[in-house]
Design a protein around this ligand. Structure first.
Ligand code: SF4
Length: 361
């Protein structure tokens, strides 16, 4: 059995650690690139969202490398994500790949079902080995996200733009190479230290922009044209709630115990939207309400044709809580120069708004 998983952010690093420790043959598909997108667009039904297209392209690339068991996130919620794995499997079969697509309905099936799946993939490895491998994978995930949080802050204030990003790439590789907890801890501490040491403009007070929207396009820089780095270059500090480590912590461990991280967000959205509309639409509305006083603006990432985010986009202008929101539709047609122009205009607007606010005090 050769296992393949399409990319979402840096999830391949914890997965690699998990599967290596269980002696599972794990095929890492190429990082997203123009060919992945072209394959996905070519073989997807017209009008599907960018997460479907990119993951399909990456599944094809994994199958080309010999993966025969492909894992794909799925769900039983309101949006069409629930149909992804079935449709993608059919497309792969039509293309002649003899693969099995396993629908990872993680948020519904919770930890025990995930453990059962790992048991099957690892050819019945002992539970102690599975739990130990999973723990190490999660430790890598936490280390990656811990460093990324620091990178988000440093990008906005570093004097030589791009320094934090370069260190982040090195940190990702070092975390990937780390073979035990001690090395992992040391790598994390070293890189955070190096990020803290970067030459910064300590007088500069960056604008704070929250990143909200559909989880896949928020977490996968290729799909959002690396919007966070681009904002960093414009001197903006980004904040986001969605991190894979947080999602995993709640989805696998805390949600089954009745702790729901989205309760507060849903409550905030209630005056404008009373129920789940699929995907992350409800959360987008709630986050706008919650962050209106904390942030200078919000960048709302929405896959083109994503119904939950289109509904959220249309509800947001009518909330009482007022904060500028820039919605960016992510698609294969989205051109980077156009996005950069819109980001620059948005940042200008936020700066003028902040100046006007400061002058009125
Ligand atoms: S939330 Fe939107 S982008 Fe995500 S799977 Fe559903 S329709 Fe597609």
């Amino acid at each position: 059995m050769r296992v393949g998983v399409p990319h979402t952010g840096n999830i391949y690093i914890p997965l690699k650690a998990l599967f290596q420790r269980l002696d599972v043959d794990y095929v890492v598909p190429p990082l997203y690139n123009q060919r992945t997108l072209s394959l996905g667009v070519k073989y997807s039904p017209e009008g599907l969202c960018i997460p479907f297209k990119l993951t399909l392209g990456n599944l094809i690339e994994a199958a080309e490398l010999g993966a025969d068991t492909l894992l794909m996130a799925g769900g039983y919620g309101v949006c069409r994500l629930g149909y992804y794995a079935k449709i993608q499997e059919q497309i792969l079969h039509d293309l002649g790949y003899n693969v099995e697509l396993v629908n990872l309905g993680v948020s519904e099936r919770k930890l025990f079902s995930l453990l059962e799946l790992i048991k099957r993939l690892s050819n019945n490895a002992p539970w102690s080995k599975i739990i130990s491998a999973l723990r190490f994978g999660l430790a890598k995930l936490n280390a990656l996200d811990g460093i990324e949080r620091v990178v988000q802050k440093v990008r906005a204030v570093e004097r030589i733009k791009g320094t934090a990003n370069r260190l982040f790439i090195k940190a990702i590789n070092a975390i990937d190479q780390a073979d035990d907890y001690n090395t992992l801890k040391k790598v994390q501490a070293d890189y955070i230290d190096q990020l803290v040491q970067i030459d910064k403009d300590t007088q500069y007070k960056p604008l704070i922009v929250g990143i909200i929207g559909e989880i896949y396009v928020v977490l996968e820089p290729f799909s959002n044209l690396d919007v966070e780095s681009e904002l960093g270059k414009l001197g903006v500090e980004v904040r986001r709630r969605l991190f894979l480590s947080e999602w995993t912590k709640f989805s696998l461990f805390l949600n089954p115990l009745g702790v729901d991280e989205t309760d507060r967000i849903h409550k905030a959205a209630l005056p404008y939207l009373k129920r789940d509309i699929g995907g992350d639409g409800w959360e987008s509305v709630g986050e706008k309400v919650l962050h209106a006083k904390e942030y200078d603006g919000l960048v709302h990432l929405a896959p083109f044709t994503c119904m939950p985010e289109i509904m959220a986009q249309n509800i947001m202008p009518s909330t009482r809580e007022n904060i500028p929101v820039l919605t960016i539709l992510c698609d294969e047609q989205t051109a980077k120069p156009r996005m950069l122009t819109r980001l620059e205009a948005f940042v200008d607007l936020l700066e003028r708004r902040r100046r006007a606010h400061n002058n009125s005090r």
